[in-house]
Design a protein around this ligand. Structure first.
Ligand SMILES: NC(=O)c1ccc[n+]([C@@H]2O[C@H](COP(=O)([O-])OP(=O)(O)OC[C@H]3O[C@@H](n4cnc5c(N)ncnc54)[C@H](O)[C@@H]3O)[C@@H](O)[C@H]2O)c1
Length: 352
């Protein structure tokens, strides 16, 4: 008789770090590959399920499923966003966990931390956009926001633009800027770092690459701060004045259709009739597949906005799972030893 034992690998964030999964080059490659698979219709990508518990604070837990047909893996990210956490409890806003199942028998194969992969994915997507839209020889990068997304973004940007030499950072407090610099300068020891004591203008003026990654809702980035030839990556909600997008020569999204349903700057502009489909140059996968061009001149200003593609998350989780498997890292947990009525002492366990 066939064994009816079911089990899966459990991977904590520490397991993933030990297995060498904090690898932004891998994240970029996996993200690109999954975008090409998406164009080839090799990805199933249904609507996410959203449950909002507080309309004002936007506390929510989302379930984001996707299937990688080539890898024969179906996964879901269970993703929490509780924006008040840092202020209220001094803990992180975002947390995530993945379930991955194979699609031959449909059994689960892994349950794993999803926070690392989520944050790496956001940065990898921004870096892929930079690869196609930022100047080849970019030397300076400016940030408004010094949190998790900003930190991860800098690491990923440096992978695609190793010419980066200077990083300027503005946050809500100078202490956050100092923490950003203290954490990242030992990793990127060939770069110089400048905290601008919360003056956003000083972080952005003259930068080749501009990144906003804030929890703010307002027009923080001014159009006049973005020089000709600069690339802007917009990560948070409403973070820039409308004139920023209006002056850009190319606007690219990870998924424009999804952007139209959200609340960030481009979404607002669309809903207010200030931006239409014809203003959008491409979705990012079209640059990756070379169906549309990226940067074409030294002088054009380029704008990128990502809202998040859950199939990329699942692809990254799958790649991390494979890497951990190779490194023989992770706990093997049992879901069931056998089927319910096959347990030899099942009579003693039934409550009627
Ligand atoms: N686009 C995506 O795919 C994606 C994915 C994940 C998170 N996000 C969004 O990215 C944003 C940042 O996330 P995080 O995890 O880094 O958050 P975080 O809480 O770690 O950091 C937020 C940063 O914003 C700064 N900030 C807030 N108000 C500011 C202001 N007025 N001026 C200057 N700086 C200000 C804070 O000082 C802090 O450094 C959030 O809005 C989050 O929802 C986007």
């Amino acid at each position: 008789m066939a064994s009816h034992r079911l089990g899966f690998t459990y991977l904590s964030q520490e397991d993933l770090l030990d297995a060498g999964c904090f690898d932004l080059r891998m994240a970029i490659e996996v993200s690109e590959k999954s975008m090409l698979a998406f164009e080839d219709h090799r990805i199933m990508f249904p609507e996410k399920i959203v449950q909002i518990f507080d309309q004002v604070a936007q506390d929510r837990i989302n379930c984001l499923p996707a299937t990688l047909l080539d890898e024969k893996i179906c996964g879901a990210k269970w993703f929490s966003v509780f924006p008040r956490n840092p202020k209220k409890y001094d803990v992180q806003n975002l947390s995530a966990i993945f379930i991955l199942s194979e699609i031959e028998k449909g059994f689960p194969v892994a349950v794993m931390d999803g926070t690392l992969a989520s944050n790496m994915r956001v940065a990898a997507i921004g870096a892929i956009a930079a690869k196609h839209l930022a100047r080849e020889n970019s030397e300076s990068i400016g940030f408004i926001g010094a949190g998790e997304q900003a930190k991860m973004h800098l690491l990923a940007m440096k992978v695609v633009r190793p010419s980066l030499k200077e990083c300027r950072v503005a946050a809500k407090t100078a202490a956050e800027e100092e923490q950003f610099i203290a954490e990242l300068s030992p990793i990127l020891s060939d770069m110089s770092f400048i905290g601008v004591n919360t003056v956003a203008r000083d972080a952005m003026v003259g930068a080749d690459i501009l990144v906003t990654a804030t929890s703010a809702q307002g027009p923080l980035l001014k159009a006049e701060w973005m020089k000709p030839g600069a690339f802007y990556s917009h990560i948070g909600g409403w973070e820039d004045e409308y004139a920023v997008a209006q002056q850009c020569d190319k606007i690219v999204c990870d998924d424009w259709d999804t952007v139209t349903h959200r609340t960030q700057t481009l979404s607002r502009m669309y809903k207010e009739g200030l931006l239409s489909h014809s203003d959008i140059h491409a979705d990012l996968h079209e640059l990756v597949s070379k169906h549309k061009p990226g940067r074409e001149t030294e002088e054009e200003r380029t704008y990128f906005n990502a809202v998040g593609l859950s199939y990329v998350d699942v692809a990254l989780a799958q790649a991390m799972f494979e890497r951990a498997k190779k490194a023989q890292i992770g706990d093997q947990l049992v879901l069931q030893e056998t089927m319910v009525f096959e347990h030899h002492n099942i009579i003693s366990k039934i409550r009627l």
